[in-house]
Write a protein that binds this ligand. Structure first.
Ligand SMILES: C[S@@+](CC[C@H](N)C(=O)[O-])C[C@H]1O[C@@H](n2cnc3c(N)ncnc32)[C@H](O)[C@@H]1O
Length: 253
């Protein structure tokens, strides 16, 4: 399936997925929260921690910085940041109370404090120029990307960095077909093993369609540049199935 050109993609994604995003997805993550980390470990064939490490390798932070993790889920990123630099002030925002409840327990078990906000990320409830760095992992497929990334640009300080990681739409059609076949199997397998509830089972097709309509690594770089980010760099792995982006908010002149 060929998605529409980049200029029309956001509108097409919104028209197609808006009902799932606004009415169903939050119930899916409420259902998935207790087994989210274990299911990802299984689905990634044990590579989940390696993915996290790969993303963290792209992130540079300095002591005392204020960092926001958007769509923080179970706080994998916040915990990894604090392990590396315990002096950070880490904030997490996510719409799912259940995912953040698991995240809070995980952080507290390691002696870390992460400031949690339960809100939809399309409006970030933070002042302009507030964060030194913002991270966003494995969630942009479920968002109005340009809108949220525009908000991230607003809350970043001039010179602040945005670090992004997500599963992407691979450019090669053969890779794409194999990838979706594997994902279909994973969704079925984890649903069976972890006894997913009806909300998650209902959304199995959505997870594939959301990727089919998503961006490639190069397309995401263009989106970042169009929004006004500078020094955009990207790296993809597994033939474009996953990508890491880094972008900077320009200094005010
Ligand atoms: C696949 S999880 C990723 C969690 C975490 N970033 C990670 O890497 O493990 C996606 C997260 O995005 C959150 N999310 C999706 N849409 C959202 C929205 N509109 N506003 C806030 N959070 C949202 C979900 O609640 C879920 O916790």
């Amino acid at each position: 399936m060929n998605p529409p050109p980049v200029a029309a993609r956001e509108l097409a994604r919104e028209e197609r997925f808006n009902l799932v995003w606004t009415r169903e997805l939050n119930q899916v993550f409420a259902d998935v929260a207790p087994y989210y980390d274990r299911a990802n470990y299984v689905a990634s064939l044990g590579l989940w921690d390696w993915f996290l490490q790969k993303f963290m390798d792209t992130v540079d932070i300095r002591p005392g910085e204020r960092v926001l993790d958007v769509c923080a889920g179970t706080n994998a990123i916040g915990i990894a940041l604090l392990k590396r630099e315990p002096t950070l002030e880490v904030h997490a925002i996510d719409r799912s109370r259940e995912m953040q409840a698991v995240g809070r327990q995980r952080a507290e078990a390691r002696g870390f404090r992460i400031h949690s906000t339960i809100e939809d990320v399309h409006t970030l409830p933070f002042p302009d120029h507030h964060f030194d760095a913002v991270t966003l992992q494995f969630a942009s497929r479920h968002l109005r990307v340009k809108h949220v990334w525009g908000e991230i640009l607003r809350v970043l300080k001039p010179g602040g960095r945005f670090y992004h990681c997500d599963m992407l739409r691979p450019g090669n059609p053969t890779v794409e077909t194999l990838y979706y076949t594997y994902l279909r199997f994973c969704l079925w397998f984890t649903g069976f093993v972890f006894r997913s509830g009806q909300p998650a089972l209902n959304c199995k097709q959505y997870f594939i369609h959301a990727l089919q309509m998503f961006y490639s690594a190069d397309e995401l770089s263009r989106v970042l540049e169009e929004l006004g980010y500078c020094n955009v760099t990207s790296k993809s792995v597994f033939a474009g199935m996953m990508g890491f982006h880094r972008a900077v908010k320009p200094q005010i002149r």
